[in-house]
Design a binder for this molecule. Sequence first.
Ligand code: GDP
Ligand code: MG
Length: 316
Amino acid sequence: MLRRLFGKQETKTQDEVKLEESLQKTRNTFFGNIGKLFQENEITEELWEQVEETLITGDVGMNVTMELVQRTRDRVLRENIKSTREAYLALKQEMVKLLTSDEPLHIDEPRILTVVMVVGVNGAGKTTSIGKMAHLYKNRGRRVLIAAADTFRAAAIDQLKIWGERAGVEVIAHEPGADPGAVVFDAIRASQESRQADLLIVDTAGRLQTKFNLMKELEKITRVAAKQVHRAPHEVLLVLDASTGQNAISQAKAFKESAGVTGIVLTKLDSSSKGGAILNIKHELGVPVRFVGTGEKVGDFALFDPVAFVEGLLGD
Ligand SMILES: Nc1nc2c(ncn2[C@@H]2O[C@H](COP(=O)(O)OP(=O)(O)O)[C@@H](O)[C@H]2O)c(=O)[nH]1
Ligand SMILES: [Mg+2]
């Protein structure tokens, strides 16, 4: 981590390059200025104030900003850091720490069948992210199956099937209006029997007549999964659109309470200048970011890498 943060890494991976490109808007609008502040100033009270201001306008959120800057300042004192270059690196490292989770992602653990449930409001990017995720894990040698448990709109099922084709992954679907619990039941059985899948990804509805109905439906899907597979769903991923910035936090809180969210998929980093909100998410929710969506194509998706993210956010 240290070595990479000191910019001595020789070549960047394709995912890192893509991430960096997708963060261009966020970087150009807000965060790129932070590096300049450290270049042009001495380590003074004023410098820290300017850093705070930039972070807050970049949608990082007041509490996290204060904590982040305080930790960096403490470290600068403790380690007797005199150069602004090193102070800047200390800030980056504190950001990486904030974004790093000790909790393992439960998708890669050895298990006969892993069930991943994907939730979030309409338009956040659930279906798209499921297609990309199916593609990613299929390429890693997993046997993937998708369940179309968003049965509320016919178009949602068709869209998921198109993504299934792109990823080369089969989609288990019922008729529009069918019981989502029954879809999940069938998909789990298909995974265990005819299809021999080891990773089942479940798409869910983002809007029903009421929020109450939506939450009841998600609970029911969870129950169906838990009955058939030990400890399922193993991950409940909440998809958040990066361009909603701070609003993503209140959405996330609602889903976290009723759907037992274990991780975040942050989409549309490429079309947003509010990528800084990511720093707030883990701090406010205690839920780690696991994947990022960086475009509309099937390959525009990656496991979240805190170091690459901070480098992409701030630049050199
Ligand atoms: N630019 C960009 N667009 C995305 C990304 N992820 C999803 N989208 C777009 O967001 C829109 C809604 O996505 P969809 O998967 O249907 O959302 P859902 O309602 O949550 O299932 C679509 O037009 C997608 O192409 C992303 O990472 N980048
Ligand atoms: Mg959808």
